[in-house]
Design a protein around this ligand. Structure first.
Ligand code: NDP
Length: 333
């Protein structure tokens, strides 16, 4: 059996030295435990936070210990009454080819209902994050302007499409021409801005949002957020979902703004941080809405899939280069 551990805490961007690939036998399952063969393992930006020692809303990974993250796999051996070999399951899996889990921590999923990978993306953690952040905090109304950063990523691409379903005008901000084209030509965004190519990003946002910004779904923070905040309308709402531009800030100072925060007073706007974990009791509502929009063809999703377990570290590091369109995943074999 192969596994990947946290070798050292990264200073700045994670590197190959952050991870170690090791071999170790799979232990025998005890009562109520199952052995799971990993099929898709998820790499997510929040894992960068867990690689630091700093306390957050999830425990830091420990050095030398196997990394855990969302995954789907197949039960190959079961000592749990809930599962039998062949069942497909979703849960926090280890970065291992095979791992042993308590059955109570896994949920059965059905590959006849949706492709297994979708349980980690559009109808899973990232899709639900998009749904609750936008619907509960952003609350877009028809005719309003919604701007989303990290727009071509797993969360952002779903945010923009849900906002369209609500009748809003949607502007996406992403890091390449390929991505902005995908947003406007495939996903129905009204406009998209490549933040890496704009000398004056604030002016570009102003041009793309002639009526100002009513909702700004923030995935990235930093300069992109400053540029959008210059254009807030009165009573704008800002679901603060993530701040990926700061996750590798090696200075530890995290001087990331938002610099125009006084704009919040002038416009009496709301900026509210949230984590999906707060919405556990409402997950069925989100899953139902996302499932329905998917089946009606109103929601599309993309995945960037790296093949091979050994590419887990690479896939994770590539999140910070923006190599992914839609959800970044690793197909284990
Ligand atoms: P994505 O699929 O969006 O992947 C990350 C993307 O971030 C990259 O593709 C890249 O796209 C962009 N990016 C990387 N570095 C920078 C940078 N320095 N400045 C601007 N953009 C950058 O990941 P997710 O959809 O999974 O996550 C998006 C955000 O949502 C993250 O901040 C994450 O932490 C947060 N999140 C929060 C949750 C919550 O409960 N609050 C739950 C899930 C995610 P590009 O080419 O456009 O630069």
């Amino acid at each position: 059996n192969k596994l990947i551990t946290l070798q050292s805490r990264p200073q700045g961007l994670p590197t190959d030295e952050t991870f170690a690939v090791k071999e170790a036998p799979v232990r025998q399952p005890e009562e109520n435990e199952v052995v799971v063969k990993s099929i898709y393992l998820s790499v997510d930006p929040y894992m960068r936070g867990r690689m630091s020692a700093a306390k957050s809303y999830v425990e830091p990974y420990r050095i030398g210990e196997v990394i855990e993250g969302g995954g789907v796999g197949e039960v190959v051996e079961s000592r749990s009454e809930q599962f039998k070999p062949g069942d497909k399951v979703l849960g926090m899996l280890n970065w291992q080819l095979y791992s042993v889990h308590n059955g109570s921590q896994l949920r059965k999923v059905d590959d006849q209902v949706a492709p297994l990978s979708a349980y980690l993306g559009v109808i899973g953690m990232t899709g639900l994050t998009a749904y609750f952040g936008l619907m509960d905090i952003g609350r877009p109304k028809a005719g309003e302007t919604v701007v989303v950063s990290g727009a071509a990523g797993a969360v952002g691409s779903i945010v923009g499409q849900i906002a369209k379903i609500q009748g809003a005008r949607v502007v996406g901000i992403a890091g390449s021409e390929e991505k902005t084209k995908w947003l406007t030509e495939q996903l129905g965004f009204d406009a998209a801005i490549n933040y890496k190519e704009e000398a004056d990003l604030s002016a570009a946002v102003g041009q793309a949002c002639p009526q100002g910004v009513d909702v700004y779904f923030d995935n990235v923070g930093g300069a992109v957020t400053d540029a959008v905040m210059n254009h807030l309308n009165d009573y704008a709402r800002i679901p603060l979902c993530g701040s990926i531009s700061a996750y590798n800030d090696a200075s530890g100072k995290s001087d990331i703004g938002p610099r125009p925060y006084v704009k919040l007073i002038k416009t009496r706007s709301l900026m509210k941080g949230f984590v999906l974990g707060e919405y556990m009791d409402r997950l069925p509502e989100g899953a139902k809405a996302l499932g329905q929009w998917l089946s009606e063809g109103k929601l599309r999703y993309e995945e960037t899939i790296f093949e091979g377990f050994d590419r887990m570290p690479e896939a994770f590091m590539e999140l910070f280069n923006g190599s992914n369109i839609g959800k970044m995943l690793v197909k284990v074999d």
